[in-house]
Write a protein that binds this ligand. Structure first.
Ligand SMILES: C[S@@+](CC[C@H](N)C(=O)[O-])C[C@H]1O[C@@H](n2cnc3c(N)ncnc32)[C@H](O)[C@@H]1O
Length: 260
């Protein structure tokens, strides 16, 4: 059992909220670019909302992986009805199989540095050499006032002094939903270190964009607070090409003897 098992509907409905629809997923899709023919892994896919979006956007293969059996069961039940062709699994994803890995709000659930590197490693292993990882951690510079994000459907506050792995309380408050979740904040420096240690290069921290539809529907003023201090950050990076050193690891993962 995980904290997320009973939350599939909450996440599914949250995906329809303006900030996720017009700002977050708009930005993520823009960063992913043309998905035609691409194999994409959604790491920590939850209820499968991004998986469905990616498949509809033209990805050839979409796999959703999550450690929550409840989330995967919900996503798979939707897939059984909608037949979009998305695959879901709680089992670890295959190695060297994806052009892109997306990980939205999954790194905040690594509770210590080793788990953070391991999770980044799952993304890196799943990618082909040169493949991209796009991930959204908690923005280490998010606004400290709990009500700052209330208009977007949630409250966020530090449960501990902010730093690496510090607890952050997320209160989801929209529609009839009232759920509290504990996530973890990671500093930019540590995220950089963990991603690099896992095998990623070319790290960048792009900003969010609001879609023209979002501005039309809610007005520019609605978005300004979020854009000034987003509660999430975006990190993009690339799986490094195997070095000659990596080539010396045989198929069982054992390091070949160094004959030099
Ligand atoms: C906040 S939800 C986000 C779900 C989805 N990405 C979205 O944007 O709606 C975080 C998800 O990550 C999953 N998760 C947490 N740790 C994980 C891990 N180590 N590997 C895979 N999934 C994980 C949780 O079960 C949960 O469904």
């Amino acid at each position: 059992m995980t904290r997320f098992d009973g939350l599939a509907r909450v996440y599914e409905e949250m995906f329809e909220l303006p900030w996720r629809r017009y700002l977050e997923s708009h930005t993520v899709l823009g960063l992913l670019g043309d998905l035609t023919g691409k194999a994409v892994l959604d790491l920590g896919c939850g209820a499968g909302d991004y998986c469905r979006l990616l498949k509809r956007a033209g990805a050839a293969r979409v796999v959703g992986h999550d450690t929550s059996a409840g989330m995967i069961a919900h996503a798979a039940a939707r897939e059984a009805r909608e037949a979009l062709g998305v695959e879901y699994a709680v089992e670890p994803p295959p190695a060297n199989a994806f052009d892109i890995v997306l990980g939205v709000y999954v790194l905040p659930y690594a509770e210590d540095y080793r788990s953070l590197v391991r999770l980044c490693g799952v993304a890196c292993t799943a990618l082909r050499a040169g493949g991209r990882f796009v991930t959204l951690p908690v923005n280490p510079d998010y606004d400290h006032r709990p009500d700052y994000y209330a208009r977007y459907g949630f409250r966020l506050h530090d449960a501990e002094t902010r730093g690496d792995a510090s607890k952050v309380t997320l209160d989801l408050e929209f529609g009839a939903h009232r759920e509290t979740i504990t996530a973890r904040c990671w500093t930019r420096r540590t995220l950089h270190r963990a991603l690099t240690e896992a095998g990623f290069t070319d790290l960048a921290w792009p900003g969010f964009q609001v879609s023209p539809d979002g501005v039309r529907a809610h007005g520019a003023g609605f978005w300004s607070a979020y854009l000034r201090r987003p509660h999430a950050a975006i990190v993009t990076c690339r799986k490094g090409k195997p070095s000659r050193h990596d080539d010396a690891i045989d198929e069982d993962g054992d390091r070949a003897p160094d004959h030099r």
